[in-house]
Design a protein around this ligand. Structure first.
Ligand code: PAF
Length: 275
């Protein structure tokens, strides 16, 4: 496996590499990322993983500075799984001030976007840059960031990028907590409590499978349950899985998404529901 810091070297390395499957990450890799990298192998001759903590997608009061940077440990985990790790410095990705951005669709202002203005614009912009740099045939993203995956699929479709996007299933700890780099911010007590988010989403799913159709009521009950456990809740929302628009009675393919805080840590999760 080769670690490459510059775009020029990466392009040279990939020139004769055959087909490329790409897993963009911000590093601090866990089994969720590794699962995507393993899947990538089945899709192309060469597997590229990028590790880049993208300043453009963090708000001024967010955790950009303290976001865990663990490049050596990440590369050790990727040994034997990836062919190339592209780990550029900020100056390599943004040699001049970025004044051109991807304008994501209005859904980017809802759900996570409501509390994180500009997040999806910064995310989509760096993903487009990375896709242009790596030029893969296939790119893989985790379904845990369901809204992110939706926006990337829209970007790829609407900008006619010749790339097949694959969504990887959320990888969970044995107690159900979705793996996330931010889980390490949790105290021991918070880590034990953190499973309540998934449990609450499972309860939402069960209510809907049992026939509940008043989704606003189901969402309100989930918010109250989390608040009752001391979680400040950003949202719990039942959406159409394809459009991410508020689910209506006729929708059969749903997803319930949630974001809530536990202490200083913001956790997100989602569950798909087929009725
Ligand atoms: O999901 C992430 O880790 C990031 O948002 C991504 C897609 C690598 C873009 O910076």
């Amino acid at each position: 496996m080769q670690q490459i810091p510059t775009i020029a070297e990466l392009r040279e390395r990939l020139a004769m590499a055959g087909t490329v499957a790409f897993v963009p990450t911000m590093g601090n890799l866990h089994e969720g990322h590794i699962d995507l990298v393993r899947q990538a192998r089945a899709h192309a001759d060469c597997v590229v993983v990028s590790i880049f903590v993208n300043p453009l997608q963090f708000g001024p009061s967010e955790d950009f500075d303290k976001y865990p940077r663990t490049l050596d440990a990440d590369c050790a985990k990727l040994e034997g799984l990836a062919d190339v790790v592209f780990a550029p410095a900020v100056n390599e990705m943004y040699p001049q001030q970025q004044t051109i951005f991807v304008e994501p669709p209005p859904i980017a202002n809802e759900l996570c976007g409501a509390a994180r203005p500009g997040h999806f614009r910064g995310m989509a912009t760096v993903v487009l840059k990375l896709l242009n740099i790596v030029r893969p045939q296939v790119a893989l993203f985790g379904k845990k960031d369901f809204q992110q995956l939706h926006i990337i699929r829209q970007m790829v479709a609407q900008l006619n990028l010749p790339i097949h996007i694959i969504g990887g299933e959320t990888v969970r700890a044995v107690d159900g907590l979705a793996l996330s780099s931010r889980n390490q911010y949790l105290s021991v007590a918070e880590r034990a409590e953190a499973t309540f988010l998934r449990q609450t989403l499972s309860n939402v799913r069960q209510s809907i499978l049992d026939g509940a159709k008043d989704y606003a009521k189901v969402e309100a009950a989930a918010v109250a349950a989390l608040a009752g456990h001391g979680w400040p809740v950003e949202y719990v929302s039942v959406r159409n899985r394809e459009t991410l628009i508020q689910a209506g009675r006729a929708d059969r393919k749903l997803v319930v998404l949630a974001a809530a805080r536990l202490g200083v840590t913001r956790l997100i999760d989602n569950l798909e529901i087929d009725i």
